[in-house]
Design a protein around this ligand. Structure first.
Ligand code: MN
Length: 202
């Protein structure tokens, strides 16, 4: 068995003007494809060939750079495409909204904490909203393609929302203006999808 590049549930240009068509084409079709291919190369002939990606990342040898970078890259981008939607934006509702209020105070406090994590991650990396067993939420950031499923990385929770802050995710449209990209991301967040990830992993 090998990993495959997932299909997007929307067209490459569907997230415009917040995320542009060309960036989506390259990001999904080239970058994510490369992580997928390199992940498959890294597990070929090993006992990880039939494991799912979460299991692979949870039991990761952090010194295995090929698996760390490409396994992380594969998982992170799968999540990223899923938590965005052309019908996104707005506010979280239901249990997730309650958890955001009890974990951060209110939605605005969460938004500020998540945005700061994304803006202050130096160099390439990700900002995350993660859930711990029991339902408490955390915000963290990680370098490169690391995520909280990996041993001793980030806040240790399960990632339910992630924002890619590698320059390849925004440079064509935003150049050096990462804060503008971070703020635009909130217009495409699919809170129903994030809610379902929260319910399934709390
Ligand atoms: Mn990326």
């Amino acid at each position: 068995m090998s990993f495959e590049l997932p299909q997007l549930k929307y067209a490459h240009d569907a997230l415009e003007p917040h995320i542009d068509n060309r960036t989506m084409e390259i990001h999904h079709g080239k970058h994510h494809q490369a992580y997928t291919d390199n992940l498959n190369n890294a597990i070929e002939g090993t006992n990880l060939e039939n494991e799912n990606i979460e299991t692979i990342l949870r039991s990761l040898d952090m010194n295995n750079k090929a698996l760390r970078n490409n396994g992380g890259g594969y998982f992170n981008h799968c999540l990223f495409w899923e938590v965005m939607s052309p019908n996104g934006g707005g506010m979280p509702a239901g249990d997730l909204a309650d958890a955001i209020n009890s974990s951060f105070g209110d939605y605005d406090a969460f938004k500020e904490k998540f945005s700061n994590a994304a803006k202050t991650q130096f160099g390439s990396g990700w900002a995350w909203l993660c859930v711990h067993k029991g339902g408490k939420l955390d915000v963290c950031s990680t370098p490169n393609q690391d995520n909280s499923l990996m041993p001793d990385v980030g806040c240790g929770g399960f990632p339910i929302l992630g924002l890619d802050v590698w320059e390849h995710a925004y440079y064509l449209n935003y150049q050096n203006r990462r804060p503008d990209y971070v703020s635009a991301f909130f217009n495409v967040i699919d809170w129903e999808e994030v809610s379902s990830r929260y319910k399934n992993n709390k």
